[in-house]
Each structure stands twice: as C-alpha cells, then as structure tokens.
Design a protein around this ligand. Sequence first.
Ligand SMILES: C[S@@+](CC[C@H](N)C(=O)[O-])C[C@H]1O[C@@H](n2cnc3c(N)ncnc32)[C@H](O)[C@@H]1O
Length: 311
Amino acid sequence: MIGEPHFLDAACYHAAPGFIDHLKGEIPEPYRTDDDLLTVMGPSVQAYWIRNLWHKPFTAEFGSIKEAAAVLRGMQRNWAAYPVRHARRTTLIAETLPRIPARPKTFPFIVPDAPMGSFTLIDEHTLLASADCSSPWPNGELSFAEDREGPPSRAYRKLWEALVMAGSMPGPGSRCLDAGASPGGWTWALASMGAQVTAVDRAPLDDSVMAMPGVSFMKHNAFTLKPGDLGPFDWLFSDVICYPPALLEWVQLWLESGMARNFICTIKMQGRDWDRGVTERFASIPGSRVIHLWHNKHELTWLLVRDTPNP
Ligand SMILES: C[S@@+](CC[C@H](N)C(=O)[O-])C[C@H]1O[C@@H](n2cnc3c(N)ncnc32)[C@H](O)[C@@H]1O
C-alpha cells in the first residue's frame, strides 16, 4: 500500500569511503548494491569498515516527492539522503524534509540524541530507508570548525571525533600519554583542554606545541617504555604507525599494569590488507569497541573509556 513501510529482515552497510572491498570481505553476499550501500538479508553481522549501518531497513512506495517526505517525516524529524538512483529526486525529497544543520561543528559538543535516519531511492517510486542508524551524523559524515593556525597537523580532528564518540574527555589537570605524538596535533588538542601531556615520539614535536603549558616531550620508542617508567595516566593515546600486533602487545601491558584508565588508539593497517584477527582481539577487550571514524583513513580506532560521560 502507498506510504506503508515494509520492513525487511536485512541490514544495510554503508561502506567507509574507499573501503568497500574490506567491507565486502566482512559481510555475507549482498542482496542489493546501491553504490557504497550494501543490503544483506538476515541479522546484522560485525563490520568495521562502515561509515553507517542501517538497522531495520524498510521500503515504502510513494507517488509524489511530497508523499515520500511525508512517509519519512511521519516517523521522525532527521533524515539524511544518500542519492544514488534518481539522485535528483532523492535530493528533492531531502529538500522537502526538515533541514539538517550542515555547519561544521565546534569542538567539544555532545552527540545529539535525536535519531538520524537515512534514505535512498531504489526506483522512482520506492524508498529504501532506516530510522535506526548506527551513526549520529548524516551518512556518517562529521566536519569540525577547524583551527587553521594552532595545530601543526590535521590529525587532531580524528582525536576530537573519538572524544565526542567517547562522550568523555580529559579536562584541566588530566594526565595524558600521547604516544606517536609528532608533529603534535593530538598533543595540541589535549593541551588546549588543559591536560598535562607526556608526548613520546622518535621525531620532535613542533616548537609551538612544545611551548604549550602542560606539555613535556620524550624522544623515545614508545613501545620500550614500561608503564612503571611513566604512569599512572588518566588517558593513554596512541597514533603510532606500527604493526597492529605490536600495539596490542603494548596496550595489554598497560591494561595489566592498571596504570591507565582510558584508552584511545588508532590501529593502523599496513599495506593494502587489514588485520582482522588483531582487530577482533582489540574489540574483545571488555568494555571497549573498535570503530571506523569519519576522520580515519586506512585505520580503525580502539576506544576503552571507563570515565563516566561528561555532563
Ligand atoms: C601519524 S603520526 C602521528 C601524528 C600525531 N598524532 C599528530 O597528531 O600530529 C605517527 C607517529 O608515530 C611515530 N612513531 C612510529 N613508531 C614509533 C615508536 N615506536 N615510538 C614512538 N613513536 C613512533 C612517528 O615518528 C610519527 O610521528
């Protein structure tokens, strides 16, 4: 019937940009493919290389653009269009729906609790949509109001995104270890929040970051520093370029020592492939999760955040 949602026993996986082949290796054979959106029948499976997962997808038939917008609007306010087939028509439906703020976000902010739905068109008169998506951002895309002068690299956006997703962050006086810190984007972000940062790298920090209050630098291999040499820390960060098993081994040392409470580490994949086994070992660490952030490239982010969310 026109306008009635028809729920599918399926999930739609929206691939992280550039990583659809990784995603295809993680999920069963798709039932349909809409550019980077893969619909797979049956319950959802764990997939890391996604920007968004559409739970409980449905199709709905409609006559006019207004009718399509009314179907969606009848369910909730926020809908992100993913224009693939009939892209112009998809955009026109989006323009008929309440506007989603597109302005870059100023860090820090709290993840909005209003759900963000997603939709596309599978033909001229049929929506494929989900009101229940894993990402709070439209199509998983997040942009920050950037500081073009302070930080020496743009890597700080990745840390900001991870902290927003964590819902908790260092504050004035928090003790932070930043491993693989050079040239200093993450250290800049942490010191700007008032944290005390021990930055470790084989390469130096940018002078401007070095001079920030609360920053101390050690020129060292982070992995040969033992927790007892440096700890305790409220937050341990790593953006070290290394093989994932080396990072896991080092993280386990810190977990066993009890000398770090919260962890955010990028798992950088080497070569064209990715290390699924090690990724799953990270993900199985109790209380933690592994996600692909919008600002991640060929890497995933492991988060273990034990502090309660910031109010
Ligand atoms: C992606 S960069 C880090 C960027 C940094 N997070 C920022 O925001 O500017 C990776 C860094 O890891 C460092 N690195 C690689 N192996 C390391 C090791 N064993 N110990 C410490 N640093 C290491 C490199 O020198 C490089 O500066």
